[in-house]
Design a protein around this ligand. Structure first.
Ligand code: ADQ
Length: 455
Protein backbone atom coordinates (compact mmCIF):
# COMPACT_ATOMS: atom_id res chain seq x y z
CA UNK A 1 0.00 0.00 0.00
CA UNK A 2 1.37 3.44 -0.95
CA UNK A 3 1.67 6.51 1.23
CA UNK A 4 -1.25 8.54 2.50
CA UNK A 5 -1.15 12.18 1.45
CA UNK A 6 -3.51 14.47 3.33
CA UNK A 7 -4.19 17.79 1.62
CA UNK A 8 -5.91 20.62 3.48
CA UNK A 9 -5.91 24.38 3.26
CA UNK A 10 -4.02 24.79 6.51
CA UNK A 11 -1.33 22.47 7.80
CA UNK A 12 -0.85 22.62 11.56
CA UNK A 13 2.75 21.90 12.60
CA UNK A 14 2.97 19.12 15.15
CA UNK A 15 3.58 20.29 18.71
CA UNK A 16 1.45 23.34 18.03
CA UNK A 17 -1.86 21.80 19.05
CA UNK A 18 -2.30 24.17 21.95
CA UNK A 19 -2.65 27.11 19.65
CA UNK A 20 -4.89 25.27 17.26
CA UNK A 21 -8.52 26.12 17.53
CA UNK A 22 -9.81 24.44 14.35
CA UNK A 23 -11.66 21.17 14.71
CA UNK A 24 -10.27 20.12 11.35
CA UNK A 25 -6.67 20.47 12.53
CA UNK A 26 -7.28 18.60 15.76
CA UNK A 27 -9.12 15.77 14.02
CA UNK A 28 -6.44 15.39 11.37
CA UNK A 29 -3.50 15.40 13.74
CA UNK A 30 -5.02 12.49 15.63
CA UNK A 31 -5.66 10.63 12.37
CA UNK A 32 -2.25 11.31 10.81
CA UNK A 33 -0.33 10.27 13.89
CA UNK A 34 -1.61 6.74 13.46
CA UNK A 35 -1.62 6.54 9.68
CA UNK A 36 1.73 8.25 9.01
CA UNK A 37 2.30 9.94 5.68
CA UNK A 38 2.54 13.42 4.25
CA UNK A 39 0.41 16.43 5.17
CA UNK A 40 0.40 19.03 2.42
CA UNK A 41 -1.02 22.56 2.37
CA UNK A 42 -0.59 26.19 3.37
CA UNK A 43 1.74 27.00 6.29
CA UNK A 44 -0.46 29.92 7.40
CA UNK A 45 2.05 32.58 6.33
CA UNK A 46 1.37 35.38 3.89
CA UNK A 47 4.52 36.22 1.93
CA UNK A 48 5.46 39.04 -0.41
CA UNK A 49 7.29 36.83 -2.90
CA UNK A 50 6.60 33.27 -4.05
CA UNK A 51 7.51 30.89 -1.21
CA UNK A 52 9.12 27.54 -2.08
CA UNK A 53 7.70 24.20 -0.93
CA UNK A 54 9.22 23.13 2.41
CA UNK A 55 9.42 19.51 3.57
CA UNK A 56 9.85 18.89 7.28
CA UNK A 57 9.63 15.56 9.11
CA UNK A 58 8.34 15.27 12.67
CA UNK A 59 7.29 12.14 14.54
CA UNK A 60 6.83 10.07 11.40
CA UNK A 61 4.77 12.64 9.50
CA UNK A 62 6.21 14.75 6.71
CA UNK A 63 4.83 18.28 6.59
CA UNK A 64 4.96 19.68 3.03
CA UNK A 65 4.00 23.33 3.26
CA UNK A 66 3.90 26.44 1.17
CA UNK A 67 3.21 30.15 1.83
CA UNK A 68 0.57 32.19 0.02
CA UNK A 69 1.21 35.63 -1.43
CA UNK A 70 -1.05 38.54 -0.49
CA UNK A 71 -3.17 38.33 -3.62
CA UNK A 72 -3.71 34.57 -3.24
CA UNK A 73 -4.60 35.00 0.40
CA UNK A 74 -7.09 37.78 -0.40
CA UNK A 75 -8.76 36.09 -3.35
CA UNK A 76 -8.60 32.40 -2.52
CA UNK A 77 -8.77 32.39 1.30
CA UNK A 78 -10.54 35.54 2.54
CA UNK A 79 -12.44 35.89 -0.73
CA UNK A 80 -14.03 32.93 -2.47
CA UNK A 81 -13.44 30.36 0.33
CA UNK A 82 -14.57 32.42 3.29
CA UNK A 83 -16.77 35.16 1.86
CA UNK A 84 -18.59 33.03 -0.76
CA UNK A 85 -18.44 29.32 0.06
CA UNK A 86 -18.45 29.44 3.89
CA UNK A 87 -21.54 31.69 4.28
CA UNK A 88 -23.44 29.99 1.43
CA UNK A 89 -22.77 26.47 2.69
CA UNK A 90 -24.01 27.65 6.12
CA UNK A 91 -27.19 29.04 4.53
CA UNK A 92 -26.15 32.68 5.05
CA UNK A 93 -26.59 33.93 1.50
CA UNK A 94 -27.32 37.33 3.04
CA UNK A 95 -23.63 37.48 4.04
CA UNK A 96 -22.20 35.90 0.87
CA UNK A 97 -20.68 37.84 -2.02
CA UNK A 98 -19.44 36.75 -5.42
CA UNK A 99 -16.47 38.30 -7.17
CA UNK A 100 -15.08 36.85 -10.41
CA UNK A 101 -11.53 37.83 -9.58
CA UNK A 102 -11.73 36.04 -6.25
CA UNK A 103 -13.11 32.96 -7.99
CA UNK A 104 -10.25 33.10 -10.52
CA UNK A 105 -7.84 33.34 -7.55
CA UNK A 106 -9.48 30.28 -5.96
CA UNK A 107 -8.99 28.27 -9.15
CA UNK A 108 -5.44 29.59 -9.53
CA UNK A 109 -4.39 28.55 -6.01
CA UNK A 110 -5.95 25.11 -6.46
CA UNK A 111 -3.94 24.73 -9.68
CA UNK A 112 -0.75 25.97 -8.00
CA UNK A 113 -1.20 23.46 -5.15
CA UNK A 114 -1.74 20.67 -7.70
CA UNK A 115 1.53 21.68 -9.43
CA UNK A 116 3.36 21.51 -6.11
CA UNK A 117 1.89 18.13 -5.20
CA UNK A 118 2.96 16.79 -8.60
CA UNK A 119 6.63 17.38 -7.69
CA UNK A 120 6.65 14.77 -4.89
CA UNK A 121 3.72 12.50 -5.72
CA UNK A 122 4.31 8.77 -6.33
CA UNK A 123 1.96 6.67 -8.49
CA UNK A 124 0.70 4.48 -5.63
CA UNK A 125 0.02 7.33 -3.16
CA UNK A 126 -3.55 7.74 -1.90
CA UNK A 127 -4.70 11.35 -1.65
CA UNK A 128 -7.23 12.55 0.94
CA UNK A 129 -8.35 16.14 0.41
CA UNK A 130 -10.18 18.18 3.05
CA UNK A 131 -12.78 20.87 2.94
CA UNK A 132 -14.34 23.64 0.93
CA UNK A 133 -11.12 25.46 0.01
CA UNK A 134 -10.24 22.59 -2.31
CA UNK A 135 -13.40 21.63 -4.21
CA UNK A 136 -11.65 21.76 -7.65
CA UNK A 137 -8.35 20.26 -6.45
CA UNK A 138 -8.83 16.78 -7.95
CA UNK A 139 -9.81 18.27 -11.31
CA UNK A 140 -6.61 20.34 -11.30
CA UNK A 141 -4.62 17.16 -10.50
CA UNK A 142 -6.32 15.12 -13.22
CA UNK A 143 -5.52 17.84 -15.78
CA UNK A 144 -1.86 17.35 -14.84
CA UNK A 145 -2.11 13.61 -15.46
CA UNK A 146 -2.28 12.38 -11.86
CA UNK A 147 -4.22 9.11 -11.79
CA UNK A 148 -4.00 8.42 -8.04
CA UNK A 149 -6.95 7.42 -5.92
CA UNK A 150 -8.39 10.69 -4.59
CA UNK A 151 -11.00 11.21 -1.89
CA UNK A 152 -12.57 14.36 -0.50
CA UNK A 153 -14.18 15.04 2.87
CA UNK A 154 -16.41 18.07 3.43
CA UNK A 155 -16.24 19.25 7.05
CA UNK A 156 -19.04 21.79 6.71
CA UNK A 157 -22.68 21.31 5.62
CA UNK A 158 -23.62 20.94 1.96
CA UNK A 159 -26.55 23.25 1.09
CA UNK A 160 -29.81 22.41 -0.64
CA UNK A 161 -29.85 22.86 -4.47
CA UNK A 162 -31.53 26.28 -4.51
CA UNK A 163 -28.99 27.66 -2.05
CA UNK A 164 -26.02 26.14 -3.93
CA UNK A 165 -27.39 27.67 -7.13
CA UNK A 166 -26.85 31.19 -5.75
CA UNK A 167 -23.11 30.73 -6.39
CA UNK A 168 -22.80 31.74 -10.06
CA UNK A 169 -20.24 29.06 -11.08
CA UNK A 170 -22.04 26.32 -9.11
CA UNK A 171 -22.30 23.97 -12.11
CA UNK A 172 -18.58 24.21 -12.79
CA UNK A 173 -17.76 23.60 -9.12
CA UNK A 174 -20.07 20.61 -8.86
CA UNK A 175 -18.64 19.06 -12.03
CA UNK A 176 -15.12 19.64 -10.74
CA UNK A 177 -15.95 17.69 -7.57
CA UNK A 178 -16.68 14.64 -9.74
CA UNK A 179 -12.94 14.23 -10.43
CA UNK A 180 -12.72 12.71 -6.94
CA UNK A 181 -13.29 8.95 -6.58
CA UNK A 182 -15.07 9.33 -3.24
CA UNK A 183 -16.93 12.27 -1.71
CA UNK A 184 -17.52 12.10 2.05
CA UNK A 185 -20.04 14.12 4.08
CA UNK A 186 -20.70 14.56 7.80
CA UNK A 187 -24.37 13.54 7.67
CA UNK A 188 -26.89 11.88 5.39
CA UNK A 189 -28.65 15.27 5.11
CA UNK A 190 -25.52 16.77 3.53
CA UNK A 191 -24.91 13.80 1.25
CA UNK A 192 -28.50 13.88 0.05
CA UNK A 193 -28.31 17.65 -0.59
CA UNK A 194 -25.21 17.06 -2.74
CA UNK A 195 -26.79 14.23 -4.74
CA UNK A 196 -29.96 16.28 -5.26
CA UNK A 197 -27.93 19.25 -6.46
CA UNK A 198 -25.80 17.24 -8.89
CA UNK A 199 -28.94 15.54 -10.21
CA UNK A 200 -30.57 18.89 -10.81
CA UNK A 201 -27.66 20.86 -12.23
CA UNK A 202 -24.94 18.39 -13.14
CA UNK A 203 -26.09 16.76 -16.41
CA UNK A 204 -24.90 13.40 -15.05
CA UNK A 205 -26.25 9.91 -14.46
CA UNK A 206 -26.86 8.92 -10.84
CA UNK A 207 -27.49 5.19 -10.34
CA UNK A 208 -29.63 3.50 -7.69
CA UNK A 209 -26.78 3.50 -5.12
CA UNK A 210 -26.17 7.21 -5.65
CA UNK A 211 -22.98 6.47 -7.57
CA UNK A 212 -22.43 9.33 -10.05
CA UNK A 213 -21.31 8.72 -13.63
CA UNK A 214 -19.96 11.61 -15.71
CA UNK A 215 -17.50 11.75 -18.63
CA UNK A 216 -16.24 8.23 -17.89
CA UNK A 217 -15.60 9.09 -14.19
CA UNK A 218 -17.28 7.19 -11.40
CA UNK A 219 -17.73 9.02 -8.09
CA UNK A 220 -19.07 7.37 -4.95
CA UNK A 221 -20.57 9.26 -2.04
CA UNK A 222 -20.67 8.34 1.65
CA UNK A 223 -21.42 9.56 5.18
CA UNK A 224 -18.56 9.71 7.69
CA UNK A 225 -19.47 11.63 10.86
CA UNK A 226 -16.24 12.98 12.35
CA UNK A 227 -15.59 12.00 15.95
CA UNK A 228 -13.31 12.54 18.93
CA UNK A 229 -11.06 10.31 21.10
CA UNK A 230 -13.28 9.81 24.16
CA UNK A 231 -10.68 8.10 26.38
CA UNK A 232 -8.11 10.77 25.67
CA UNK A 233 -10.63 13.51 26.43
CA UNK A 234 -11.61 11.85 29.71
CA UNK A 235 -7.93 11.84 30.77
CA UNK A 236 -7.47 15.48 29.76
CA UNK A 237 -10.66 16.45 31.59
CA UNK A 238 -9.59 14.82 34.85
CA UNK A 239 -6.13 16.40 34.54
CA UNK A 240 -7.52 19.80 33.65
CA UNK A 241 -10.15 19.92 36.36
CA UNK A 242 -7.92 21.54 38.99
CA UNK A 243 -6.56 24.09 36.53
CA UNK A 244 -10.03 25.04 35.43
CA UNK A 245 -11.25 25.28 39.03
CA UNK A 246 -8.54 27.86 39.64
CA UNK A 247 -9.77 29.84 36.66
CA UNK A 248 -13.40 29.77 37.70
CA UNK A 249 -12.78 30.20 41.44
CA UNK A 250 -14.57 33.29 42.57
CA UNK A 251 -16.57 33.18 39.35
CA UNK A 252 -18.73 30.14 39.88
CA UNK A 253 -18.53 29.75 43.66
CA UNK A 254 -19.62 26.45 45.19
CA UNK A 255 -23.29 27.04 44.83
CA UNK A 256 -23.41 28.52 41.32
CA UNK A 257 -24.07 26.27 38.35
CA UNK A 258 -21.94 26.82 35.26
CA UNK A 259 -23.23 26.93 31.68
CA UNK A 260 -20.35 26.71 29.19
CA UNK A 261 -20.02 27.50 25.48
CA UNK A 262 -16.84 27.30 23.41
CA UNK A 263 -16.72 28.30 19.74
CA UNK A 264 -14.60 30.03 17.18
CA UNK A 265 -16.08 33.52 16.91
CA UNK A 266 -18.18 32.88 13.80
CA UNK A 267 -21.68 33.98 12.78
CA UNK A 268 -22.62 30.36 12.03
CA UNK A 269 -22.24 29.45 15.71
CA UNK A 270 -25.39 31.33 16.80
CA UNK A 271 -23.78 33.32 19.62
CA UNK A 272 -26.07 36.34 19.42
CA UNK A 273 -29.17 34.14 19.61
CA UNK A 274 -27.57 32.20 22.49
CA UNK A 275 -26.88 35.36 24.50
CA UNK A 276 -30.50 36.32 23.88
CA UNK A 277 -31.73 32.98 25.25
CA UNK A 278 -29.67 33.44 28.41
CA UNK A 279 -31.14 36.92 28.81
CA UNK A 280 -34.63 35.38 28.51
CA UNK A 281 -33.73 32.74 31.11
CA UNK A 282 -32.64 35.34 33.66
CA UNK A 283 -35.65 37.49 32.84
CA UNK A 284 -38.18 34.67 33.20
CA UNK A 285 -36.54 32.87 36.16
CA UNK A 286 -35.43 35.55 38.64
CA UNK A 287 -34.65 32.85 41.22
CA UNK A 288 -31.76 31.73 38.99
CA UNK A 289 -30.02 35.10 39.09
CA UNK A 290 -26.79 34.86 41.05
CA UNK A 291 -27.22 31.06 40.99
CA UNK A 292 -25.88 30.49 37.45
CA UNK A 293 -22.77 31.54 35.60
CA UNK A 294 -22.55 31.56 31.81
CA UNK A 295 -19.00 31.30 30.42
CA UNK A 296 -18.64 31.92 26.68
CA UNK A 297 -15.15 31.32 25.28
CA UNK A 298 -14.84 32.55 21.70
CA UNK A 299 -11.41 33.29 20.21
CA UNK A 300 -11.68 35.57 17.15
CA UNK A 301 -11.19 33.94 13.74
CA UNK A 302 -10.91 35.38 10.20
CA UNK A 303 -10.93 38.84 11.72
CA UNK A 304 -9.95 40.55 8.45
CA UNK A 305 -13.36 39.70 6.96
CA UNK A 306 -16.10 42.29 7.42
CA UNK A 307 -18.87 40.00 8.63
CA UNK A 308 -16.56 38.70 11.37
CA UNK A 309 -15.75 42.21 12.62
CA UNK A 310 -19.47 42.90 12.70
CA UNK A 311 -20.42 39.83 14.73
CA UNK A 312 -17.65 40.62 17.23
CA UNK A 313 -19.02 44.13 17.81
CA UNK A 314 -22.53 42.78 18.10
CA UNK A 315 -21.50 40.26 20.75
CA UNK A 316 -19.55 42.78 22.78
CA UNK A 317 -22.64 44.98 22.84
CA UNK A 318 -24.93 42.08 23.82
CA UNK A 319 -22.64 40.84 26.61
CA UNK A 320 -22.33 44.41 27.92
CA UNK A 321 -26.08 44.92 27.76
CA UNK A 322 -26.92 41.69 29.61
CA UNK A 323 -24.21 42.21 32.23
CA UNK A 324 -25.36 45.81 32.72
CA UNK A 325 -28.93 44.65 33.17
CA UNK A 326 -28.37 41.85 35.73
CA UNK A 327 -24.90 42.22 37.34
CA UNK A 328 -24.42 42.69 41.03
CA UNK A 329 -21.33 43.55 43.05
CA UNK A 330 -20.35 39.91 43.39
CA UNK A 331 -21.89 38.40 40.26
CA UNK A 332 -21.47 39.00 36.57
CA UNK A 333 -23.93 36.83 34.59
CA UNK A 334 -21.78 36.38 31.45
CA UNK A 335 -18.04 35.88 31.28
CA UNK A 336 -17.31 36.55 27.65
CA UNK A 337 -13.71 35.60 26.89
CA UNK A 338 -11.97 36.11 23.53
CA UNK A 339 -9.01 33.80 23.92
CA UNK A 340 -7.91 30.21 23.35
CA UNK A 341 -7.12 27.75 26.10
CA UNK A 342 -5.00 24.61 25.97
CA UNK A 343 -6.91 21.35 25.59
CA UNK A 344 -6.54 20.22 29.20
CA UNK A 345 -7.91 23.42 30.67
CA UNK A 346 -10.77 23.41 28.19
CA UNK A 347 -11.73 19.78 28.87
CA UNK A 348 -11.46 20.50 32.62
CA UNK A 349 -13.80 23.46 32.19
CA UNK A 350 -16.25 21.17 30.37
CA UNK A 351 -16.12 18.66 33.22
CA UNK A 352 -16.79 21.36 35.80
CA UNK A 353 -19.77 22.81 33.93
CA UNK A 354 -23.29 21.57 34.63
CA UNK A 355 -24.55 22.56 31.18
CA UNK A 356 -22.86 22.51 27.75
CA UNK A 357 -24.68 25.06 25.61
CA UNK A 358 -23.95 24.37 21.91
CA UNK A 359 -26.35 26.14 19.57
CA UNK A 360 -24.95 26.78 16.07
CA UNK A 361 -27.37 28.02 13.42
CA UNK A 362 -25.69 25.47 11.13
CA UNK A 363 -22.67 23.25 11.69
CA UNK A 364 -21.12 20.38 9.74
CA UNK A 365 -20.65 18.36 12.94
CA UNK A 366 -19.53 20.44 15.96
CA UNK A 367 -16.80 18.71 17.91
CA UNK A 368 -17.36 20.82 21.02
CA UNK A 369 -20.67 18.99 21.60
CA UNK A 370 -18.91 15.60 21.53
CA UNK A 371 -16.00 16.86 23.63
CA UNK A 372 -18.36 18.22 26.29
CA UNK A 373 -20.11 14.84 26.64
CA UNK A 374 -16.85 12.85 26.66
CA UNK A 375 -15.37 15.14 29.35
CA UNK A 376 -18.15 14.48 31.88
CA UNK A 377 -17.90 12.47 35.07
CA UNK A 378 -20.21 9.50 34.30
CA UNK A 379 -21.41 9.46 37.93
CA UNK A 380 -22.39 13.11 37.98
CA UNK A 381 -22.53 14.31 34.37
CA UNK A 382 -23.65 17.67 33.02
CA UNK A 383 -26.38 18.11 30.40
CA UNK A 384 -25.82 18.98 26.74
CA UNK A 385 -28.21 21.53 25.19
CA UNK A 386 -27.66 21.14 21.44
CA UNK A 387 -28.91 22.82 18.27
CA UNK A 388 -30.88 20.55 15.96
CA UNK A 389 -28.90 22.15 13.07
CA UNK A 390 -25.53 20.78 14.21
CA UNK A 391 -24.50 17.57 12.44
CA UNK A 392 -23.83 16.15 15.93
CA UNK A 393 -27.57 16.29 16.70
CA UNK A 394 -28.09 13.34 14.33
CA UNK A 395 -26.05 11.14 16.67
CA UNK A 396 -26.39 12.72 20.13
CA UNK A 397 -30.03 12.01 20.85
CA UNK A 398 -29.43 12.12 24.61
CA UNK A 399 -28.99 15.90 24.35
CA UNK A 400 -31.78 18.41 24.91
CA UNK A 401 -32.27 19.40 21.29
CA UNK A 402 -33.25 23.01 20.61
CA UNK A 403 -33.99 25.25 17.65
CA UNK A 404 -31.42 28.08 17.83
CA UNK A 405 -33.95 30.51 16.31
CA UNK A 406 -36.32 29.88 19.24
CA UNK A 407 -35.11 32.04 22.10
CA UNK A 408 -37.79 30.97 24.57
CA UNK A 409 -37.35 27.30 23.66
CA UNK A 410 -33.61 27.57 24.34
CA UNK A 411 -34.25 29.29 27.70
CA UNK A 412 -36.67 26.50 28.64
CA UNK A 413 -34.10 23.85 27.74
CA UNK A 414 -31.46 25.61 29.85
CA UNK A 415 -33.85 25.63 32.77
CA UNK A 416 -34.66 21.93 32.31
CA UNK A 417 -30.93 21.14 32.15
CA UNK A 418 -30.18 23.07 35.34
CA UNK A 419 -32.77 21.17 37.36
CA UNK A 420 -32.49 17.72 35.75
CA UNK A 421 -32.30 14.87 38.30
CA UNK A 422 -29.02 12.90 38.45
CA UNK A 423 -30.51 9.66 37.17
CA UNK A 424 -31.78 11.23 33.97
CA UNK A 425 -28.44 13.01 33.48
CA UNK A 426 -26.57 9.72 33.83
CA UNK A 427 -28.90 7.92 31.38
CA UNK A 428 -28.58 10.64 28.78
CA UNK A 429 -24.80 10.81 29.05
CA UNK A 430 -24.43 7.01 28.83
CA UNK A 431 -26.65 6.97 25.74
CA UNK A 432 -24.54 9.68 24.04
CA UNK A 433 -21.26 8.00 25.01
CA UNK A 434 -22.35 4.88 23.11
CA UNK A 435 -22.72 6.95 19.94
CA UNK A 436 -19.44 8.80 20.57
CA UNK A 437 -17.57 5.52 21.00
CA UNK A 438 -19.10 3.95 17.87
CA UNK A 439 -18.07 6.83 15.63
CA UNK A 440 -14.85 8.03 17.21
CA UNK A 441 -11.98 9.64 15.31
CA UNK A 442 -10.39 6.26 14.44
CA UNK A 443 -13.66 4.91 13.03
CA UNK A 444 -14.03 8.09 10.96
CA UNK A 445 -10.56 7.77 9.40
CA UNK A 446 -10.67 4.00 8.92
CA UNK A 447 -14.10 3.93 7.32
CA UNK A 448 -13.20 6.74 4.91
CA UNK A 449 -9.84 5.28 3.91
CA UNK A 450 -11.21 1.73 3.58
CA UNK A 451 -13.91 3.01 1.24
CA UNK A 452 -11.44 5.13 -0.71
CA UNK A 453 -9.03 2.23 -1.24
CA UNK A 454 -11.77 -0.28 -2.06
CA UNK A 455 -12.27 -1.13 -5.75
P1 ADQ B 1 -15.06 24.34 13.56
O1 ADQ B 1 -16.04 25.23 12.90
O2 ADQ B 1 -13.78 24.95 13.96
O3 ADQ B 1 -14.77 23.04 12.67
P2 ADQ B 1 -15.78 22.52 15.86
O4 ADQ B 1 -16.17 21.23 15.26
O5 ADQ B 1 -16.60 22.88 17.05
O6 ADQ B 1 -15.86 23.76 14.87
O7 ADQ B 1 -14.29 22.41 16.31
C1 ADQ B 1 -13.67 23.37 17.09
C2 ADQ B 1 -12.46 22.76 17.81
O8 ADQ B 1 -11.62 23.79 18.29
C3 ADQ B 1 -12.87 21.91 18.99
O9 ADQ B 1 -12.03 20.81 19.07
C4 ADQ B 1 -12.66 22.86 20.18
O10 ADQ B 1 -12.35 22.22 21.38
C5 ADQ B 1 -11.51 23.73 19.71
N1 ADQ B 1 -11.66 25.09 20.27
C6 ADQ B 1 -12.65 25.95 20.03
N2 ADQ B 1 -12.48 27.08 20.74
C7 ADQ B 1 -11.34 26.92 21.45
C8 ADQ B 1 -10.62 27.73 22.41
N3 ADQ B 1 -11.04 28.93 22.81
N4 ADQ B 1 -9.48 27.24 22.91
C9 ADQ B 1 -9.05 26.03 22.53
N5 ADQ B 1 -9.67 25.22 21.67
C10 ADQ B 1 -10.81 25.66 21.13
C11 ADQ B 1 -15.14 22.60 11.35
C12 ADQ B 1 -16.65 22.52 11.07
C13 ADQ B 1 -17.33 21.67 12.12
C14 ADQ B 1 -16.71 20.29 12.17
C15 ADQ B 1 -15.19 20.40 12.28
C16 ADQ B 1 -14.53 19.04 12.12
O11 ADQ B 1 -17.21 23.84 11.06
O12 ADQ B 1 -18.74 21.54 11.84
O13 ADQ B 1 -17.19 19.59 13.29
O14 ADQ B 1 -14.65 21.25 11.28
O15 ADQ B 1 -14.94 18.39 10.98
Amino acid sequence: MGRLIVVSNRVAPIGDEKRNTGGLAIGLLAAMRQAGGIWFGWNGQVTTTAAPLTMQEKNGITFATIGLNKRDYRQYYSGFSNATLWPTFHYRIDLARFDRHEYAGYQRVNAMLADQLHTFLQPDDTIWVHDYHLLPFAQACRKRGMLNRMGFFLHIPFPEPQVMATIPPHRELMRAMLSFDLLGFQTETDRRAFVNTIRQYGDVRVDADDVIHADGNVTRTGVYPIGVSPDHIAEEAIDGQKLSQQITRGVSGDERKVIISVDRLDYSKGLVERFGAYDTLLESSPELRDRVQFIQIAPPSRSDINSYQLIRKQLEAEAGRINGKFSDLDWMPIRYINKSYDRRTLMGLFRNAQVGFVTPLRDGMNLVAKEYVAAQDPDDPGVLVLSCFAGAAQELDGALLVNPYDRIGMAEALRAALIMPPEERRDRQAQMMRAIRTSDIDAWRNRFLDDLRRD
